[in-house]
Design a protein around this ligand. Structure first.
Ligand code: SAH
Length: 224
């Protein structure tokens, strides 16, 4: 018989190995090189951000449902968006679409001060509890329409939207620091978007498009 505590330690070691395999096979092999991103992805216990019945699938190469018709992104997409941010330790980042809190935890592990907004009360409450249990006390959460941003703490060095909308919400561009960078899935049709990167520098705002993605809808005043 193995005692509960010892079994707990064994599960942790086992999950760590699974995460290291995920980092090698899904991230490094596809060109994720940012050391802070890779370290965060091998540290955050992704299986604790999904429902219990799905825990054994948490490290697979696909998105998973998190309840309330929402999803946690595929590990590669989380890493890719985090890498695009080109963030440095100590920066502030605003995330729109807290969901399970997984992306927020990755950003916190990268050394960023994270503010995250979620519009669904149940998810907001569940995720607040989850992040508390996991001791991510420095992540600040808000229940609101994130297309309006979180003006009280602006400007943000980085903004990441993890839901897809028809356009980049104007309030988010206003709340972006100069210099600053925003990343968001934008698309005219629901569930099919392109990653759009907005950079603010010396008062100028520029945009470029990266590859295609499929996110759940950004619902709100400046969303769907
Ligand atoms: N980043 C999350 C996954 C995001 S799923 C994670 O790591 O788990 C997209 C989330 O965006 C959903 O939880 C959805 O409820 C939320 N969302 C959609 N529109 C929103 C809005 N206007 N403001 C804040 N959150 C929104």
């Amino acid at each position: 018989m193995i005692g509960g505590e010892k079994r707990g330690v064994m599960v942790q070691v086992d999950k760590r190995r699974v995460r290291e395999r995920m980092v090698r096979d899904q991230l490094k092999s596809r060109g994720i090189t940012d050391k802070a991103v890779l370290r965060a992805m091998s540290t955050v216990p992704r299986h604790l951000f999904v429902q219990e019945a799905l825990q054994s699938q948490a490290y697979e190469d696909n998105p998973l449902p998190i309840g309330h018709a929402q999803t946690i992104s595929q590990p590669y997409i989380v890493a890719l968006m985090s890498q695009y941010l080109q963030a440095e330790e100590g920066m502030t980042v605003l995330e729109i679409g807290t969901g399970s809190g997984y992306q927020a935890a990755i950003l916190a592990e990268m050394g960023l001060q994270v503010y995250s907004v979620e519009r669904l009360r149940e998810l907001h409450v569940e995720t607040r509890q989850r992040l508390g249990k996991l001791k991510y006390f420095r992540i600040r959460l808000k229940l609101d329409d994130g297309t309006l941003g979180w003006p009280e703490n602006a400007p943000y060095d980085r903004i990441m939207v993890t839901a897809g909308g028809p356009k980049v919400p104007e309030p988010l561009i206003d709340q972006l620091a100069d210099p600053g960078m925003l990343i968001m899935p934008v698309g005219g049709s629901k569930r099919r978007q392109e990653l759009v990167i907005v950079e603010k520098s010396e008062g100028q705002v520029s945009r470029r498009r990266e590859g295609g993605v499929a996110f759940v809808d950004l619902v709100g005043e400046h969303g769907w």
